[in-house]
Design a binder for this molecule. Structure first.
Ligand code: C2E
Ligand code: MG
Ligand code: MG
Ligand code: MG
Length: 289
């Protein structure tokens, strides 16, 4: 009986794996179609300066409204795009689109674009970036590239050369999801980042009694400050979380407390309705509590 049970479970597991592989290859096929049809969109989440309480920029985030399945999370389709190499095409499109969109916004508003490790290892990236900036007619410092720690896994000369080339163009560089991956302080020494983005896993629960997250956030911000880098706390949802990241010295905040990712049109409207309006949101929320 035990043997049967074991075999039963094995079959069950194999079926599961099979279904998962099927779903993934179907999704891959649909993603190819979506790209070909121009069905991917970029949404923009405001980044708010705590000092000025204004929107200083937006992070561009991919969105895919699947024809039958509805919205599919980038955490699901970006890895597929990376595995299949489709990210090269998607990434270039996102770069161009984000530069075109930021060109419609006030000069002091920036846009941040996520760059996957695969794109980062492509020697054509600097040319692609220069091209996107030139076509949109924006100055390079209005573009920020978000890179994760995983690019340092292959710590070769190519990585150093890429940082050099991007810095020379004049774009800003941000280290995304800081503290979640292959964390080493060594690369902070040589990689010319303008900003560290503190992963939302440190923000979440930072308000709980006895949590170590507050201390971790404080040490990241003091390190960043010493290195003349900004810090953005990601995923701030509540007033309490906002209070903690402010107290621990973060310079910028991005999270549902201010705004969810918006369509380009909504982002434009948000800017036109006045920068102050959005940033004051939580304050008034606190006042009315
Ligand atoms: P990320 O770059 O770390 O982006 C931040 C994620 O946190 C976004 O998820 C955003 O919607 C979410 N977020 C922001 N504020 C809050 C909050 O207050 N609460 C919660 N729970 N979540 C919040 P999203 O849009 O689902 O993107 C997930 C990941 O997919 C991104 O993480 C990034 O790694 C990847 N991604 C998205 N767009 C692109 C892209 O154009 N290129 C590449 N290579 N990756 C992308
Ligand atoms: Mg990001
Ligand atoms: Mg992040
Ligand atoms: Mg992430």
């Amino acid at each position: 009986a035990a043997k049967d049970g074991g075999r039963g479970r094995y079959h069950f597991y194999a079926d599961d794996l099979h279904a998962e592989a099927e779903e993934r290859s179907q999704l891959e096929e649909d993603l190819r179609d979506a790209i070909a049809q121009g069905a991917l969109e970029l949404y923009y989440q405001p980044v708010v300066s705590l000092a000025s309480e204004t929107i200083t920029g937006f992070e561009a985030l991919l969105r895919w409204n699947h024809k039958t399945k509805g919205w599919i999370s980038p955490s699901k389709f970006v890895p597929i795009a990376e595995d299949t190499g489709l990210i090269a095409q998607v990434g270039e499109w996102a770069l161009r689109q984000a530069c075109e969109d930021v060109a419609n916004w006030p000069e002091d508003v920036r846009v941040a674009v996520n760059v996957s490790p695969l794109q980062f290892s492509n020697p054509q990236l600097p040319a692609m970036v220069m091209n996107a900036i030139a076509s949109a007619g924006i100055s390079p410092e209005r573009l920020e590239l978000e890179i994760t720690e995983s690019v340092f896994l292959s710590d070769d000369e190519g990585t150093d050369a890429m940082f050099c080339a991007l810095k020379q163009i004049g774009v800003r560089l941000a280290l995304d999801d800081f503290g979640t991956g292959y964390s080493s302080l060594g690369y902070l020494k040589k990689a010319p980042f303008d900003k560290i983005k503190i992963d939302q896993s440190f923000v979440r629960g930072a308000t709980e009694q006895g949590s170590r997250n507050g201390a971790i956030i404080a040490s990241i911000t003091s390190l960043a400050h010493a290195l003349s880098m900004d810090t953005t706390a990601e995923g701030v949802e509540t007033m309490d979380e906002l209070d903690v990241v402010r107290l621990q010295g973060c310079s910028h905040v991005q999270g549902y407390i201010y705004a969810k990712p918006l369509s380009a049109q909504e982002a434009t409207e948000r800017l036109e309705s006045g920068l102050q309006a959005i940033a004051r949101g939580p304050r008034s929320a606190r006042a009315s509590r």
